[in-house]
Design a protein around this ligand. Structure first.
Ligand code: UD1
Length: 421
């Protein structure tokens, strides 16, 4: 098993290339199930989760290959199998994105129920209700969700849940509705840029989707989708992580390819902390050279502050000059990093879905354990500034969502290396 060893204290300076968005690439790869001929995807990051999706798709009869330039080619060769098994789904929740495409194209989708994960209980009801509204029959068979429909028919679908909209439920219903008969109108749709990217991809394949990026998305069903070439958008969560890395080390980074228009909530909060964030020539320029102001952060669905940057910003606020408050409104239990940051000298106190952050003068290196993808990113970011050596164990969590993180950080001055335990 790998771990990251970081010796803190170096100021980061230089340019970091931002990879394609994992959360765009995964549903778009799943959407290739709907397409008649070849799908070519550019800017797909080389990540453990992407490779996991490749394995799942190949089991589902999709031939997936990366060419010498890094583009991913996907082509359906066999439509017999419509079963995403537990062994694969339990490793990666985004596997559930094959459900809508399988149902629409193969009339049947059997997908293992994903269950909970480290960041808390993660229900799936909105996906099922959305697909049932389009006409699917649902039953639970041996822990698998089995959905069947001879044909899907467009209708009004409401996807609001107790924590707002659902990103992957919107993706599933939108994908299924592209081949349904008639019009589907999704209300309380997720507005995340990754949903817009998916809709843009589907439209390039011949789908008729409008309103993507707003809470009301309209899909007029078509007979079939043809292959296309698509470039995945830049990863706003990876960019947010490097923004925090720049801020916490009093550094100066240019995030090449990052799109500031997708990151307004993060930019707003960081500016209030006192970090300088500007549109750069190649992406976003971030620098900091002053004391950090404490702030309040509340995670919300897009365009609110992303839950996927909550852990990283908490690491930053540990060093602010005063008390900050962080409230999680998407995943109220997503705080496994709190205990680990406290081991590095942070003063964090959790009260329900809120964490009180009492700013401290410095963090100190420690041996810490990664518990999930973004919590691990927070521990690495904290390690960049902590006095002494930090060892972040269970690096595989990071490899799910960050392409070559140690290379990228080392190239801008961090003292970080990957070790084998
Ligand atoms: C996606 C992202 C993930 C991010 C999350 C929230 C992908 C592959 N993953 O996950 O990185 O952290 O959005 O921005 O894009 N919910 C229900 N019923 C459901 C589905 C969800 O109540 O059927 C709840 C969830 O428990 C949560 C909220 O809705 O409280 C939002 O979750 P959702 O947007 O579905 O997250 P994912 O799509 O799984």
């Amino acid at each position: 098993m790998h771990l990251f060893e970081i010796v803190g204290g170096n100021r980061l300076k230089g340019t970091v290339p931002i990879s394609g968005a994992k959360n765009s690439a995964l549903p778009i790869m799943a959407a290739s199930v709907l397409v008649e001929d070849e799908t070519i995807l550019r800017n797909v990051p080389d990540l453990a989760d992407v490779r996991q999706m490749q394995v799942l798709l190949s089991r589902l009869g999709v031939k997936v290959q990366r060419d010498a330039q890094g583009a991913l080619h996907l082509r359906v060769e066999d439509e017999m199998n419509a079963h995403a098994e537990y062994e694969l789904v339990s490793k990666m929740r985004a596997s559930v994105c094959v459900m809508g495409p399988l149902l629409a194209k193969r009339k049947r989708a059997q997908v293992s129920m994903p269950g909970g994960c480290a960041i808390g209980s993660r229900p799936i009801d909105l996906h099922i209700e959305g697909l049932r509204a389009l006409g699917a029959d649902f039953e639970l068979v041996n822990g698998d969700m089995l959905l069947r429909a001879k044909k899907l028919a467009g209708t009004d679908v409401f996807l609001g849940g107790p924590f707002g909209s659902s990103v992957t439920a919107t993706a599933n219903v939108m994908m299924a509705a592209t081949l349904a008969e008639g019009q589907t109108v999704i209300s309380s749709a997720a507005c995340e840029p990754e949903i817009t990217d998916l809709a843009d991809f589907l439209n390039a394949c011949g789908a008729r989707i409008s309103g993507q990026g707003t809470p009301q998305v309209t899909i007029d069903g078509v007979e079939s989708l043809k292959g296309t070439e698509h470039r995945v958008i830049a990863d706003r969560i990876e960019a947010g992580t490097y923004m925090v890395a720049a801020a916490i080390t009093n550094g100066d980074l240019e995030l090449e390819g990052a799109r500031i228009e997708h990151m307004q909530a993060v930019v707003d909060r960081l500016r209030r902390v006192g970090v300088i964030v500007e549109r750069g020539e190649k992406g976003i320029a971030v620098s900091s050279s002053r004391r950090l102001e404490p702030i309040e952060v509340t995670t919300q669905p897009y365009p609110g502050f992303p839950t996927d940057v909550q852990a990283q910003v908490m690491a930053l606020l540990c060093l602010a000059d005063g008390n900050s408050v962080i409230t999680e409104k998407i995943f109220p239990d997503r705080f496994l990093h709190v205990g680990e940051l406290n081991r590095m000298g942070a003063r964090l106190r959790k009260e329900g879905p809120t964490v009180m952050v009492e700013g401290v003068k410095r963090l100190v290196g420690a041996q810490v354990m990664a518990s999930d993808l973004r919590a691990s990113a927070a521990l690495i970011v904290a390690g960049l500034v902590a006095k002494g050596t930090t060892r972040v164990r269970r690096a595989y969590h990071i490899d799910r969502g960050y392409e070559r993180i140690e290379e990228k950080l080392a190239s801008v001055g961090a003292n970080i290396r990957r070790l084998t335990e």
